[in-house]
Design a protein around this ligand. Structure first.
Ligand code: ATP
Length: 353
């Protein structure tokens, strides 16, 4: 549905916001662009929308090259972070605005605005102006405006980021359901890895204007292509410890671990998610293959704790589920062992091994 080839955008002053990027997004797909601030997500979305002209390369939508086509004729609807509603228009007029631009007759556009508003639970608010709505309601009006125009493509630029944490989760579920129902190809920009994992069929992780990995949520979570993706994805950051393969064994932070077959000797990075280690408060049977240390920090995560273990050589984090009622959290200063679960570690040199 959307095809980008050799796409580059340079701003005056030599900033290369997008760098020779190739990407195919399928019809009906919910596709997330994920990356840290400044990696070029918004510029890429605006280039797909036609709000930025690429320095080189092509954008096609539905098999048609639209590189030189103005935004109004690309049949895309964009929802911005600040919603960009018209403050002097009521909800009906805001939702119907793109239809007015398309010269849909008044009665038809008002009927479609009312029908879309009802789908988004806005029926009681049609006569209000944006200033009289909560953030969540404004967000739904912005979505309704996109939905009512029946575009080929939705482009969302962090549309949930102005909502508080709770409303944001509700809006996320709602958005996912809506996208499933409408089956409109959607490109969603976010810097929130949890949002991308929760919403998307596929995710492109971006760094410095380039795509470093494209994959389904389980692929980018379980098989991150490099340490950048590994450190970016996951609600608690992955442990990434310098180590070495030597004589058929893996040496990491003073511990000798079994080395998977086929890994050549040399320095590497050992990656282990805090969820994929168990914390033992007495010497475990696998103590030779465990990180021994002292509990340095305990953070309460609700139904679990994030425990930081200081081994003397490294800090190792472990997510520890809460015990039975009455049992407390691990005590700072206490000796403890982080026992890696078999088969869960990832090894990196320049890329995944
Ligand atoms: P954020 O999550 O902070 O919005 P982003 O990933 O969306 O970041 P972009 O807004 O696309 O990043 O910016 C990418 C790079 O291009 C940044 O270095 C930014 O400073 C630069 N940039 C963006 N817009 C312009 C502009 N109009 N003129 C010059 N440089 C720009």
């Amino acid at each position: 549905m959307i095809s980008l080839s050799g796409l580059t955008k340079e701003f005056p002053g030599g900033v290369r916001a997008i760098d020779s990027l190739d990407l195919e997004i399928a019809d009906g797909e919910f596709f997330a662009l994920l990356g840290p601030s400044g990696c070029g997500k918004t510029t890429l979305l605006r280039t797909i929308a036609g709000l930025e002209a690429p320095t080189s390369g092509n954008v096609s939508i539905g098999g048609v090259d639209v590189t030189g086509t103005p935004p109004g004729r690309r049949d895309v609807a964009m929802v911005f972070q600040d919603y960009a509603l018209f403050p002097h228009m009521d909800v009906t007029a805001n939702i119907a605005y793109p239809l007015r631009i398309k010269k849909v007759p008044r009665a038809r556009r008002e009927a479609r605005a009312a029908e879309t508003a009802s789908r988004l639970s806005l029926s009681g608010l049609l006569a209000r102006r944006p200033g009289q709505l909560s953030g969540g309601q404004q967000q739904r009006v912005a979505l309704a405006r996109a939905v009512a125009s029946h575009p080929k493509v939705f482009l969302f630029d962090e549309p949930l980021s102005n909502l508080d944490a709770r409303l944001r989760l509700e809006a996320r579920t709602f958005l996912k359901r809506l996208q499933r129902e409408l089956a409109v190809t959607t490109v969603f920009v976010t810097h929130d890895q949890g949002e991308a994992l929760a919403l998307a069929d596929r995710i492109a992780v971006m760094d410095a204007g380039r795509i470093v990995q494209v994959g389904t949520p389980p692929e980018v979570f379980h098989r991150p292509a490099g340490t950048f993706v590994a450190s970016f994805i996951g609600s608690t950051p992955m442990n990434l410890l310098p180590g070495a393969a030597q004589g058929g064994a893996l040496h990491v932070a003073g511990v000798v671990l079994p080395l998977p077959p086929g890994v050549e000797d040399g320095p590497l990075v050992y990656g282990l998610r805090p969820e994929y280690a168990d914390l033992s408060q007495s010497a475990p049977p696998e103590r030779n293959a465990s990180f021994a240390g002292k509990v340095a920090v305990v953070e309460n995560l609700g139904t679990s704790y994030l425990v930081t273990l200081d081994t003397g050589d490294a800090l190792v984090q472990v997510v520890v589920p809460e015990g039975p009622p009455g049992t407390g959290a691990p005590e700072p200063g206490a000796p403890a062992w982080a026992v890696p679960r078999p088969g869960r570690a990832l090894l990196y040199r320049d890329d995944a091994l």
